[in-house]
Design a protein around this ligand. Structure first.
Ligand SMILES: Cc1cc2nc3c(=O)[nH]c(=O)nc-3n(C[C@H](O)[C@H](O)[C@H](O)COP(=O)(O)OP(=O)(O)OC[C@H]3O[C@@H](n4cnc5c(N)ncnc54)[C@H](O)[C@@H]3O)c2cc1C
Length: 248
C-alpha cells in the first residue's frame, strides 16, 4: 500500500505530531524535527490495547503463536474449540467471555486483581458454562503450545490462548488539544462524512467511535478523503460536474 501511495505522489514522514494549529486551508503540524503545512487534516491516530505485564519479546512471540489475542471479533474463529482464558474481572471481561463462548465451550474468566462482577453477570456466566477463577492472576507464562496463568494464591490454569480484556487507550492528545468534540470522552465525534467539529479536520479509524477493524478504518478513510476533496473544491469555488461526488 505504501508503494502504491508513493507512486501517486504521497510523501511519508516518520515521527510524532505534537501540535496542530491554523485553520481550514492552512494548518501547521509540528513534532520533533517535523514542520508540515496542509490545507486539510485527517486524524487517524488509533488506540492502544492495554497489555498484561509481559516483556515485549515474549509478547511478540505469544501473538505470533496465537497464544495471546486481543480481538475476538478479528480472530475468535481461530480459537474455535480451544481452551480460552479471558483476563479482566469486570463487565468488559464478562462481555468478551460471553462473546468467545460462541466459539468454545471451555472459557474461563480471570481477574488481574479482584473479580468485580455483578450478581446478574455471574448468573449469566454460570448459565453459559463459563468458569470464574476467583484467585487473581500473578503471571502469564507463554510457550509455543500453551499459556500458563500462574495464580497469586498458588496454582495454575492452562489455556490454548488468552484474551486480555483490559480495555484500550485512545491516542486522543491531538484531538483534545484541537478542542474537537468527542463521542464518549476518548473517541472523536464525526458526522456521516467523517467531518469533525472543526472545519477542515476529518477523522478515521479506531480514534472514531465505531468497530475497531481494518475494513472499517479503510471505509472511514475513503469517506474522509472524498469529503475532504469535495469540501476543498466547494471552498475554492471550482465546481466540476453537476454536484460533488458521493458515489464511488
Ligand atoms: C493484536 C491485534 C490484532 C488485530 N487483528 C485484527 C484483524 O485480524 N483484523 C482487523 O480488521 N483488525 C484487527 N485489529 C484491529 C486493527 O489493527 C485496527 O482496527 C486498525 O489498525 C485501526 O487502524 P488505525 O489506522 O485507525 O489505527 P492504527 O493502526 O492504530 O494506527 C495509528 C497510528 O497512528 C500513530 N500515532 C498516534 N498518535 C500519533 C501522533 N500524535 N503523531 C503521529 N502518529 C501518531 C500510531 O503510532 C499508529 O502508528 C487488531 C488489533 C490488534 C491490537
Amino acid at each position: 500500500m505504501s508503494a502504491q501511495a508513493r507512486r501517486y505522489g504521497s510523501q511519508f514522514v516518520k515521527g510524532r505530531i505534537d501540535t496542530i494549529d491554523g485553520d481550514f486551508g492552512r494548518f501547521h503540524a509540528r513534532g520533533d524535527g517535523i514542520a508540515l503545512e496542509a490545507s486539510t487534516i485527517i486524524i487517524a491516530t488509533g488506540t492502544v490495547n492495554r497489555r498484561p505485564d509481559v516483556d515485549p519479546a515474549t509478547h511478540r512471540s505469544a501473538l505470533d503463536y496465537g497464544r495471546l489475542r486481543y480481538c475476538p471479533v478479528c480472530d475468535g474463529f481461530e480459537a474455535t474449540d480451544q481452551t480460552i482464558g479471558v483476563i479482566g474481572g469486570d463487565a468488559r471481561g464478562v462481555a468478551e467471555a460471553l462473546f468467545l463462548r460462541t466459539y468454545s465451550n471451555d472459557v474461563t474468566l480471570l481477574a488481574v486483581d479482584s473479580m468485580d462482577v455483578s450478581a446478574g453477570d455471574r448468573l449469566m456466566l454460570e448459565h453459559s458454562g463459563i468458569r470464574i477463577e476467583e484467585r487473581p492472576l500473578a503471571r502469564l507464562v507463554f510457550t509455543e503450545d500453551h499459556v500458563s496463568a500462574l495464580l497469586k494464591e498458588g496454582g495454575e490454569c492452562r489455556f490454548d490462548t488468552v484474551y486480555p480484556a483490559l480495555g484500550s487507550d485512545s491516542n486522543d492528545g491531538l484531538a483534545h488539544a484541537l478542542g474537537l468534540d468527542m463521542a464518549d470522552g476518548c473517541c472523536i465525534a464525526v458526522d456521516r462524512k467523517q467531518r469533525t467539529s472543526r472545519e477542515g479536520i476529518y477523522a478515521a479509524g479506531d480514534i472514531v467511535y465505531a468497530l475497531d477493524q481494518i475494513s472499517v478504518a479503510m471505509g472511514h478513510a475513503a469517506i474522509a478523503a472524498t469529503t475532504l476533496h469535495n469540501d476543498l473544491r466547494a471552498r475554492e469555488g471550482r465546481k466540476h460536474g453537476r454536484r460533488n461526488l458521493s458515489r464511488g
